[in-house]
Design a protein around this ligand. Structure first.
Ligand SMILES: NC(=O)c1ccc[n+]([C@@H]2O[C@H](COP(=O)([O-])OP(=O)(O)OC[C@H]3O[C@@H](n4cnc5c(N)ncnc54)[C@H](O)[C@@H]3O)[C@@H](O)[C@H]2O)c1
Length: 384
């Protein structure tokens, strides 16, 4: 096999963006072999490619080696399982599933077919800033991590956005709000860089800034197994918003904000200084380092697709194995569960309890969506 025949499922904002990349030849050795959407009108935009309104038929057509799933979230699980069970490689959009129990079902389907490549569209893992932070942490430059903090409130969304699709911002259609749609990227990076917390406590708001039935505001506190603490703040209701990641360790502090990565490095690690200094109020001297990071924001969606193709054709290591998508789902579920129950949630999250909680929300929903409106979405700007 010298090229991958890819089928794209879901031809909305993101699916059509992926198609643009393929059509522009930005993903070498990958051919757009088929497209699928339950909305037949969307197939007409691609008259030169075989179209399907049923993903099951595309999966069994023999026309594709792999699928990219860009549908509303619940279908990532069902279509992903169907594709893996039928011998296709799968690249799924984020989140890999709506809730942990579904993510485990999807991962189990891959475990039954380990020969298949199964990746997730965590495009922000290609951003050189985060790659550099990961390197610095792994090399021990920060020492022991003591505190993490991510304020990510640049996900502002309007009422028109929430009305742009019937599935959006509903328990039954999307399964959650800002934690599940916009934040999977940040939560994935957060756990990729700093590891998983062992407990989560959150406050926030359901439909606080928008006419929606899901969360659009969260402030969460994390406890990590090594005793470190963390804070995660997000909303779709604040403008201009902030995107500031700060990680403090015994050897210094890393800050990533506004495209700049800075490292304030302690000349002597803080714990060592504290033990040995005779001074009551002294602090370690620091070096202020602006870490040069070239390459803009990296290859993003194109990079993940290229890596998926290379994994299939050359056995390349995946940038974002889908299995790792379980963590961001679990963190999102735990924060929502804590916020709605007022409880501190220990991880691993009880997936059955959370699934039952979500089912209850779906069943008891009385929310009526206002008219769906057509909006202009620039997927490259939306990033989630
Ligand atoms: N990685 C990113 O940066 C990024 C950016 C935007 C969206 N996304 C993700 O992409 C996915 C789609 O989001 P969107 O904004 O494109 O939504 P959208 O509503 O614009 O498009 C979804 C499309 O899926 C189709 N669809 C629904 N159910 C289907 C089914 N069972 N089979 C086939 N087609 C089906 C709909 O008709 C629609 O055309 C979501 O998972 C979202 O989180 C990722």
């Amino acid at each position: 096999m010298d090229k991958v025949r890819l089928g794209i499922i879901g031809l909305g904002n993101m699916g059509s963006g992926h198609i643009q990349h393929l059509k522009a030849g930005q993903v070498p050795r990958c051919e757009l072999a088929a497209v699928c959407d339950i909305d037949a009108a969307k197939l007409k935009k691609y008259p030169d490619v075989k179209g399907f309104t049923d993903s099951a038929k595309m999966i069994r057509s023999g026309l594709v080696d792999a699928v990219l799933i860009a549908t509303p979230h619940y279908f990532h699980t069902t279509i992903g399982i169907d594709a893996l069970n039928n011998g296709l490689h799968v690249l799924t959009e984020k989140p890999i599933s709506v809730h942990k129990a579904d993510a485990m079902r999807l991962i189990a389907a891959h475990e039954a077919h380990p020969e298949l490549v199964f990746a997730a569209m965590f495009n922000q893992r290609t951003d050189p800033h985060y790659i550099k932070i990961k390197q610095l942490i792994e090399q021990g430059e920060l020492g022991k991590i003591q505190r993490t903090n991510w304020i990510i409130t640049t996900w502002f969304r309007s009422e028109a956005y929430y009305r742009s699709g019937g599935w959006r911002a509903t328990w039954g259609g999307e399964g959650g709000g800002v934690l599940l749609n916009q934040c999977p990227h940040n939560l994935d990076l957060f756990q990729w860089l700093c590891g998983m917390p062992s407990a989560v406590t959150a406050i926030g708001g359901i439909g606080k800034y928008h006419d929606i039935e899901v969360e659009d505001d969260i402030t969460a506190m994390f406890e990590y197994p090594n005793g470190a603490t963390g804070v995660f703040v997000t909303t779709t209701g604040e403008a201009p918003g902030t995107n500031r990641l700060e990680i403090a360790g015994t050897r210094g502090k890393l800050v990533c904000e506004g495209g700049r990565l800075t490292f304030t490095r302690n000349e002597i690690p803080a714990d060592e200084y504290s033990k040995n200094t005779k001074s009551s109020f002294g602090v370690p001297s620091v070096w202020n380092i602006d870490i040069p990071v070239g390459g803009g924001n990296g290859e993003q969606h194109i990079g993940i697709k290229k890596n998926f193709v290379a994994a299939i054709l050359d056995g390349a290591k995946l940038i974002a194995p889908a299995e790792e998508g379980l963590h961001s789902v679990e963190m999102a579920n735990a924060m929502l569960y804590s916020m709605m129950t007022g409880k501190r949630i220990e991880l691993p999250l009880d997936e059955k309890k959370f699934e039952a909680h979500l089912k209850k929300l779906i069943k008891s929903s009385t929310f009526v969506k206002k008219d769906t409106v057509k909006t202009e979405v620039d997927f490259a700007k939306s990033q989630a």
